[in-house]
Design a protein around this ligand. Sequence first.
Ligand code: ADP
Length: 759
Amino acid sequence: MKVTSIIRTLSNETNLQILSILRSGTFNPRELARILQKDESDISRRLRLLERLGIVEGRWIRAGNKNIKVYSLKVEEVRISFEPGEVVIQTSRNGRYEVPIPESKIPKVENFFGREDEIRLLSSPEKRVIVIYGIAGIGKTALAARVFGDAFWYQVNEADSFDYFIWQIGLFLNSAGYSTLLEYLRGGGREERDILELVLDGIESTGMKLVVDDLHKCTDEKILRLLAFIAGRMEHGLLVILSREKPRLGIVDATYIRLKGLDLKSAYSLIKSRGVKIDLTDFVDIYQLTMGHPLALNLFAEAYIEKNEIRPEKFFDFLFWEVYQALNRDERLMLQLLGLFDEPVEYGAIKHVYPKKNAFVVLYSLLNKGLVEKRGELYFLHDLLRNIVKETPEVDEREYCSRYIDYLIEKRNIKDFLRALRYAVRLKDRDKFRGLIELRLRRFKRIIQDFPDAYMKVLLQLENDPYARKELGHIYFQRGFFEKALRLWLEVEDRLEGIHRADVMSSLADVYMELENFEEAEKYLRELEKIADESEDLEIKLWYHVELTKFKYYMDDPEGALESAFKELEIIRRMEPYPELESLVLLHIGDIYLGMEKPEESLKYYHHALEIARAYSLPFMEHLAHGELSTAHFTVGDYKQAVEHAGKAVEYYLRVRNYRRAVDALAYRCLSYIGLNLPDRGEKDAEEMIKIAQSTDYPLGWAGYIFLGVAKSLKGEDGVEYLRRGKEKLKKHPWLYDAVLKELARVYKAAEAGDLFAE
Ligand code: ADP
C-alpha cells in the first residue's frame, strides 16, 4: 500500500518541486506556496501527505505567541528495488537525494514519422544554440520534443513577462541543484544585469537544456535580451529556439534549421497510421497539396472519405471545415470553448466552463481526431485551428470567459490571478476588474514586488481606468519613481471608491514622506485617519498605522512612533498571518528603541523579528534581523555577538548580490573585529568593503579605507595613507563621515580623541 502511494506521490511534479526546495532548508507552507506560486492550502495538504509517507518531517515551532508548522526533508534518498515477489522502498538519511527533472510540460508525440536527417543533426553534442523555424503546424514542436525530451520547456505566450519567465527558470535551476537565482529573486533582487549573469551561471553549472517554444509570440524585450545574452556566452548548456520566423536575436554561432514538410514516405506512413486506406499513387496528389504538412495531413486523414473531391484552393481551411461539419454538437461546442482560451488549460478548467456532463468523453474524442492537443496536463487547440475557430465564433464569449475567471480566482495563486485579470480586461468587465484589484490589495500584495512586469502589462491595457492607474502608481513607487507615482495618484484620488480610496490616501501620505514633503503627507494622513475610524476593515486600519508610525518617526517623536507601531502589531495579529509585515514592524520597533538609546529593548524586538522570519522561512527578513542585531550588539559593546550576526548577514547579502546591505553588515563586523583586537580579520572586511565601493560607488564602502588604516596601525604597520584616502573619498558625504568616526570611536580611542588624522 505504502509502496504505491510513495511512487504515486513522487511522480507528481509539484511534490517533486516541494522536495527540491526543502533540500535547501526548513520551510513554512506559506513561503513554499509563494515560491511555487500555488495556493497555500494545496501546499499544506501535499506536505501532510509527504509527512505521512515519511519523506518530510513537520515540526511545530513557537514564534512569538503563535505555533507555526515548518517542514524539512526527512530523507535524502528514496531507493526502489525490485526483489523476488516484492518491491522494496528504502529511504536513507545519507546519500544524495536527486530530484528528477520534471518533464510533464513537454509535448508528447505518440506516432512520430520521418525527420531522420534533422534528428541526426540536432543530436550532435557540440551544438549549443539551435533555432528551428518554419510555418505553423509544420512540426517544430514535435521534432524538438522528440530530440530534447529532457529539457526545460518554456512555451511563450503573448502575455508573458520577464519576471515570470525568470521565476520559472529559477525554480527549474533550483530543482537541478542551483539555488542562487531563486534565492536572489526571493530576496527581492531585480537587476536585469544580475539576473542575466545568474541565469548564465546556473545554466553553465547545471548543463541546463532550455527549449523556448513559439518565440515569435514573444513581445518582451527583456526576454529576448536574456536569450541573446546566454546564447552568446553559454558553453555547457543548450538553448533551442522554435519560431515561425527566423528570429533576429543577433546570435552568430547558432545552427539554423528551416523546417519543411515531411517527405513522401513519412507522410504516407503518417496517414496510414491514422487508418486511411489509400494507394500510394493516389496519395501523391494529396501529398503535393499538403506539401507534407503534418497538421494538414492529420486533418486530411480525419476528413478522408474515398472519392471525396478535395479542392486545392484554401486547402487547409477546406479540410478543417470538412472535419468540423462531421463533428457532433458537443464536439463543436468544446472546440469553440477551447478557441476562447489564450493558453493551454487544465482539465479542471474545461470541466468548469463546459456546460454539460460529458466533457471528458468529448475532449478525448477530439484528441483522437487530432483536433485538440495535449501537453502535460494541459489541453489546447493548435494556433492554426484556433484562429479558424475564432473567426467564426458560435458561443457567447462573455458567458464562458466569466466562468473561466471565476475558476481562476478559486485557484488562489498569483499566476491564475493575473490570468483572471487579463480575461476581465479582455471582456471589458469593469466590475470584475475592480473586484480583482481589491483581491490584489488583500491577498496578492506580493505581485508588486514579485511580478511587476506581468502586472504592468495587464494594467497598461486599461490605461484610462482610474483603478488601473492607481495600481500602476504602486509599481512605479516600488521601483523608486516617486514623482511618477505621485502624479498618477493625484490624478485619480477623487475617482476611487471603497478600500481603493483608502489605498490612494495611504499611498499619497507615503510618497510625500519619501519626498520629504511632510505638510502634504500629514494632510493625507488625516484623510486616511477619517476613513480608518469609520471603517471596520482591519486592512485599512493597518495602513493608517503604518503611515502614522513612519510620520511620527520622521517628526522626531519616538514615543508616538512606538505607540503606533505597537498598534500595527496588534492589528496584524488579528488578521490572517502576515509574517513579512509582522517581522518588519518588530524590526521598526527595535530601531525606534535603539534611537531612544534603549539597546536592550531593541535587542528583544530584533530577536523576536528573527524568530518570525525563521519560522516562516523568510530569508530576506531573517538577514535583515541579523544585520540589526549586529548593530545593537555592537552598540552595547558585545562584539562577539555582533560579529556572529553580521557574518550571517554578510554571507547572505553577498550571495543575493545585495551589495549595499552587505557593506552595512561588513562595516559592523569590521568594527567589531577592531574592538576585539583582531586586526587581521578587520583588514579582510575592510578590503572587501573597498572592493564593493570600487564597483558600486556605495559611499559607506569607502569607509573601508579608514578601517583598513586603523587595522594596519593596530598591527604596528603604517596606515596613514589609507586613512587619508578614506577621508578624501568620504569628503562628499560629511554626515556619513561623522557617523563612521562616531562608531569607530567606540572601539578605537584615537578616533574619539580626534587625533586619528593627526600625522
Ligand atoms: P509547430 O510547432 O511547427 O506549429 P507541431 O509540432 O505542433 O507544429 O505539429 C503540428 C501537429 O502535427 C501536431 O499535432 C503534431 O503532433 C503533428 N506532427 C508534427 N510532426 C510530426 C511527425 N514528424 N510525425 C507525426 N506527427 C507530427
